[in-house]
Design a protein around this ligand. Structure first.
Ligand SMILES: Nc1ncnc2c1ncn2[C@@H]1O[C@H](COP(=O)(O)OP(=O)(O)O)[C@@H](O)[C@H]1O
Ligand SMILES: [Mg+2]
Length: 294
């Protein structure tokens, strides 16, 4: 081997090694990797070149005012929307090319209620279990486990339309977990619920995170919730991530005593006092209405 070929050999070995190390590190630590992600709707840039990664087993809160681009990001991560450009890896795979594999790897609680009101809690669970092809015996057992876990087993034969907002939300969480997902996406799961019910839901979620090392990706309007349960936070405003880190780091960076105030300093708007858009007011109304009935 002459000098040049040795150098070439060394360089290609170095390259292979760094590729290998990259794969290893994404296998072991980051379950979600996003780089330079962009989504445009016509002239609107809903998500504007965002990059972040989430470690396996983390509880990650994605915070931002209405219209910041949170739901659009979740939709891209969960194969429901195609990015305009950028790269996404979920558990090492690309959602655009491994749709089925990725869909099996996560559960999702959508921003808008998505249960069938005319079915019972049990029927909603059964239907979802069939969609995910969970075998019958395992399905039965898993449904019982989950409904007990969210404290709805006694109400399993009742129609969902008789449920309160909080009960419906808990059922949606249980439904999202039927196939043992590695990641749970929660888009505003507690919007419009009373503090006690919100607490109840987060207790269940943190318990699952601990027991099964399930990664949680959540969005919420309630800063004190994020501060309490999230280990990592990213703040998005006008489609851009403007800060990320632990709650302690964000408070230190802004010199604010609470996450709520840190958010205010970073975005210039309060996440709660800002007037909700029409769609959000409708969502609130709908959930309050469900709660009154239940
Ligand atoms: N399907 C769509 N067509 C056009 N604009 C959209 C669509 N979905 C979202 N948007 C716009 O993209 C921006 C981000 O929306 P969204 O991701 O829902 O924000 P968030 O969930 O943070 O409230 C908003 O300006 C919204 O109006
Ligand atoms: Mg949203």
């Amino acid at each position: 081997m002459n000098h040049n070929s040795i150098e070439r050999f060394m360089n290609s070995a170095k390259e292979r090694n760094s590729e290998f190390m990259e794969n290893i590190s994404s296998e072991n630590s980051n379950i979600i990797e996003v780089s330079h992600l962009i989504k445009k709707f016509g002239d609107i840039t809903a998500v504007d070149d965002i990059s972040f990664s989430i470690r396996r087993g983390d509880i990650f809160a994605f915070l931002g005012p209405n219209g910041a681009g949170k739901t659009t990001t979740i939709k891209m991560l969960t194969t429901l929307l195609k990015p305009t450009s950028g790269k996404i890896l979920i558990d090492g795979s690309n959602p655009a090319t491994h749709q089925d594999k990725i869909r099996r790897s996560f559960g999702i609680v959508f921003q808008d209620p998505s249960l069938d009101d005319e079915l019972t809690a049990l029927e909603n669970m059964e239907f979802h279990g069939c969609l995910y092809r969970v075998p019958k015996d395992i399905r039965r057992q898993r449904i019982e486990e989950l409904l007990k876990f969210v404290e709805l087993w006694d109400r399993r034969k009742d129609l969902v339309k008789t449920f309160s907002g909080g009960m419906s939300r808990r059922l949606e969480v249980a439904r999202g977990l039927i196939h043992h997902p590695k990641i749970l996406f929660l888009d505003e799961p507690t919007l419009g619920l009373d503090p006690q019910t919100r607490n109840h839901i987060w207790t269940h979620i943190t318990q699952l995170n601990k027991q099964e090392n399930m990664t949680v990706f959540l969005t919420t309007h309630y800063m004190e919730e994020a501060e309490k349960i999230a280990r990592t936070i990213a703040i998005i405003d006008h489609g851009k991530i403007i800060a990320q880190g632990t709650s302690a780091k964000l408070k230190e960076q802004t010199g604010a005593p609470t996450l709520e105030e840190a958010f205010l300093k970073l975005t210039g708007t309060s996440i709660r006092k800002e007037s909700a858009d029409v769609l959000d007011r409708m969502r609130m109304g709908r959930r309050l209405w469900r709660r009154k009935r239940g």
